[in-house]
Design a protein around this ligand. Structure first.
Ligand SMILES: Nc1ncnc2c1ncn2[C@@H]1O[C@H](COP(=O)(O)OP(=O)(O)OP(=O)(O)O)[C@@H](O)[C@H]1O
Ligand SMILES: [Mg+2]
Length: 494
């Protein structure tokens, strides 16, 4: 759509006003002029009437005989009348009977209107050129077939009309100028400037800047518009902020959910893996258990009989090895056993960890490893104290082994705290750390990096099973060369 500036609209309105004014001035002046001409004609007709009446009255005729030259004087006097140029008395045959124009007496004018006027008894008014001027002429039908001619100028009428025209036009132009000036002065402050500001602000918003504010003192609808505009931008900015915040929140939520899902998936895979291995290992352990028992009993019986020191040493080795195998098998059988839920009691995790620490105290002292307890008061949990003690024993021993790999002495920090409805325990060491590629394997049964005979690789898988049975979870974070943190989260007792 074509756009017009406010100024051009105002200019258009003013032009239309001007046009209307000019037309109305023209109509009024024309009307006035006609009226004035009409009045002048009437006045001069009246003059002709008086001349006629006077010159035909019996008294006049009587006096005429007494005062010679009276008629000439009378006509000359009458011609002195305002605006009158000349006066003639013309007979029906066109003879100028009397005239204010010198030397005209007795002359004959060929004027067909004379006959027309006498015949109709009605005056004729027409234009005429006289001494280089356009004048009006009235031919009036007088008595005794005479016509009275009054020639008069309209100069005074035209002058009056000119003055009137100048006055009307100046009034009109003055009025329009006053309107224009007022409009210009007020519109700049009240309309144009605030509107410019609104337009500018709209452009800014279009660019995405919602901090714009329109400052205006205008008390008109435009001021109101600016106020509404300001409110709108404010609401828009708030809505945008809210949207950004929601979006951010949503992103965080999605991230959190994705992370939770990934963790749940990992745990599920781990559980499935361990369930399979558990069943498998249980079956194998059961099969191996009987032959192992036979080997151990027979070896021990042979040891009672054999005296040769070399043979005894070999038998001793067999006995140790078999014992060790039996221990592993016993652990395996324990591992593959289905969790029993009946053994749960309300216990405090701090106490459980203390018990584990007490059991290991001697061993840790020998290895120059200290335990730093950073406990906070935690609510009780529902659980099996023996099993959980086993968990922390394994975690502390693993931490000890990790520290010993790279240092002569070290410190294990054990931390407990509450996190919403969970009781959290952390075992933190500054040992060798776990390489990234091993992180996914450490909870697998039989995964160990320890020397043969030193580790079975069952510790963490049993730990995992116990924590899972307690409806908790275990997580690990580790950096090679810096240390490892195991975090256990268990639900607090209802
Ligand atoms: N705190 C730790 N620091 C570094 N590595 C660790 C730590 N805890 C566990 N590991 C790694 O995880 C492996 C598996 O541990 P897990 O407790 O299951 O078995 P293990 O300690 O090797 O043997 P077991 O516990 O049966 O005697 C370990 O061999 C070790 O490589
Ligand atoms: Mg271990």
């Amino acid at each position: 759509m074509k756009k017009y500036s406010l100024y051009s609209v105002i200019l258009g309105v003013i032009s239309i006003m001007l046009l209307i004014n000019i037309v109305s001035i023209y109509i009024s002046v024309t009307q006035h002029r006609e009226d004035m001409i009409k009045a002048a004609i009437e006045e001069k007709t009246h003059l002709a009437e008086i001349i006629d009446e006077t010159m035909t009255s019996p008294l006049w005729i009587y006096r005429l005989a007494l005062v010679p030259g009276m008629e000439r004087a009378f006509i000359e006097e009458m011609s002195e009348f305002e605006d009158v140029k000349y006066i003639r008395v013309v007979s029906s045959d066109g003879t100028i009977y009397k005239s204010s124009i010198k030397g005209e007496w007795g002359k004959i004018i060929k004027e067909p209107d004379i006959y027309r006027v006498i015949k109709s008894g009605k005056k004729i008014v027409k234009d005429q050129d006289f001494e280089g001027e356009r004048i009006k002429l009235i031919i009036y039908p007088g008595h005794r077939d005479k016509t009275i001619w009054v020639g008069f100028t309209l100069k005074r009428v035209e002058e009056a009309i000119r003055v009137m025209l100048i006055r009307d036009i100046s009034f009109s132009l003055g009025g329009i100028a006053a309107v224009l000036l007022t409009l210009f002065l007020t519109s700049k402050e009240v309309i144009i400037d605030p509107l410019k500001k609104v337009t500018e602000a709209c452009r800014e918003i279009g660019k995405g800047n919602l901090d714009v504010k329109i400052e205006t003192k205008s008390k008109t609808e435009i001021g109101e518009l600016a106020d509404t505009f300001n409110e709108m931008t404010l609401e828009l900015a708030e809505a945008k902020d809210e949207l950004v915040r929601l979006n951010l929140h949503l992103e965080e939520k999605v991230e959190e959910r994705t992370r939770q899902l990934k963790e749940a998936q990992e745990q599920l895979i781990q559980s499935a893996k361990m369930a399979t291995i558990g069943t498998l290992a249980g079956g194998i352990a059961h099969e191996i258990n009987n032959p192992l028992g036979a080997i151990l009993t027979n070896t021990q019986m042979l040891l009672m009989e054999v005296k040769d020191p070399d043979q005894r040493e070999s038998l001793k080795l067999i006995e140790d090895g078999t014992r060790r195998c039996r221990d592993i098998v016993t652990t395996l059988l324990k591992y593959s056993r289905k969790p029993e839920l009946g053994e749960f009691k309300s216990i405090n995790l701090n106490d459980v960890i203390n018990d584990a620490c007490n059991l290991l105290q001697h061993q840790l002292n020998n290895e120059n490893i200290k335990i730093k307890k950073e406990y906070t008061k935690v609510p009780n949990i529902e659980g099996n104290a023996n099993e959980l003690q086993q968990v922390f024993t394994n975690l502390i021993l693993n931490a000890k082994d990790a520290i010993k790999r790279i240092r002569k002495e070290g410190e294990i920090i054990i931390r407990t705290y509450q996190e919403d409805k969970l009781v959290v325990a952390q075992v933190i060491d500054n040992g060798c750390g776990i390489p990234k590629e091993n992180i996914s394997k450490i909870f697998d049964p039989f995964f160990t990096t320890k020397d043969v005979g030193k580790g079975t690789g069952l510790g963490l898988s049993i730990t995992y099973k116990i924590i899972e049975k307690h409806n908790g979870r275990i997580d690990v974070s580790s950096n090679v060369g810096e240390g490892t943190t195991f975090t256990i989260k268990l639900p607090k007792a209802e």
